[in-house]
Design a protein around this ligand. Structure first.
Ligand code: NAP
Ligand code: MN
Length: 266
């Protein structure tokens, strides 16, 4: 971090943030950083808020892999992507000076819709029925047709997304050092015509998961990339794989993913 000096702050404008944010910006400037007004000029991007804001920060700044991202919590609780308190700027300054910072690399997934549009996700891609009716998806791993899913939908998550939506639907929590993606079901129907694995499954970085939407009258599912809905109405084929890019974030040495799991859930 020491050789990266241009810092951009991503935040929602609120009264409370401004006072603490000004203080943080001043401290950064006193310590040789330059606060820039455009993310394009930055090599460090700081998100102010919670995990949801961090997801937006990454998306709005284009999933840069040539930048370091840092999350600053504006509450009295740290979260999965936010390692620092906005109102304690001395923590990050001390860590920089005493070399207590480490860089983490988070796998992200790339979703391609009908061979045309591609999107990146740091938490998950989800697809679900938009009406009170099941829909059908053929699920492929590379060229193998694994199963025909009928139900409410599927969640395909990254390791860091494993503690979010994935966890609510009983997926496993995955160490982000494992480059992989996890597929969890939302209400699968299992009978003699439709059979799915029924348990979450995890695929390695070299696999592509393809979903083919069945044409049985429910071809307009809701698709979401992290906390944003896609405004695509008709879809036939969705391909999901790990991106070649990774998102780099800064962390304190003694704050591992498993510290966060314990702090948040146990
Ligand atoms: P939200 O509905 O306000 O957030 C849901 C909660 O998930 C918030 O407490 C958020 O933390 C937390 N969160 C976000 N990413 C996380 C992660 N990687 N690990 C652990 N917790 C995480 O919406 P949001 O804040 O914009 O977050 C969007 C995410 O919500 C989606 O990407 C999806 O994973 C999740 N989600 C969950 C469900 C569910 O559990 N049934 C349904 C839809 C979406 P903050 O309070 O710090 O923002
Ligand atoms: Mn939120």
């Amino acid at each position: 971090m020491a050789d990266r000096k241009n810092i951009y702050f991503y935040y929602k404008e609120t009264e409370k943030i401004h006072k603490d944010l000004n203080n943080l910006m001043n401290q950064m400037a006193e310590n040789g950083f330059k606060v820039v007004n455009s993310a394009k000029d930055a090599n460090i991007i700081a998100s102010i808020g919670g995990d949801g804001d961090f997801l937006q920060c990454i998306r709005r700044t284009g999933f840069r892999d040539d930048c370091l991202y840092a999350g600053f919590s504006n509450t009295d609780q740290l979260s999965f992507y936010c390692d620092f308190y906005l109102d304690h700027p001395e923590t990050i300054m001390d860590a920089i000076h005493n070399q207590q910072m480490k860089v983490r690399r988070y796998p992200i997934i790339e979703v391609t819709i009908d061979d045309e549009l591609s999107y990146l996700c740091i938490n998950e891609f989800s697809i679900q029925s938009a009406i009170v009716k099941t829909f059908i998806l053929d699920v492929y791993i590379n060229n193998l047709q694994l199963e025909t899913f009928r139900g409410d939908g599927l969640v395909i998550s990254t390791p860091t997304g494993s503690t979010a939506y994935n966890k609510s639907v009983h997926g496993a929590v995955v160490d982000p050092k494992l480059a992989c993606m996890q597929i969890t079901e939302l209400g699968s129907l299992n009978n003699n015509r439709y059979r799915t694995l029924g348990s979450p499954f995890i695929v390695s970085a070299d696999k592509t998961v393809t979903l083919i939407v069945g044409k049985e009258g429910n071809e307009h599912p809701i698709m979401a990339i992290d906390n944003e809905a896609l405004s695509i109405r008709q879809v036939e084929k969705i391909q999901i794989k790990l991106s070649d890019k990774k998102i780099k974030t800064v962390k304190l040495k003694d704050n591992t993913f498993w510290h966060k799991v314990k702090r948040t859930f146990l």
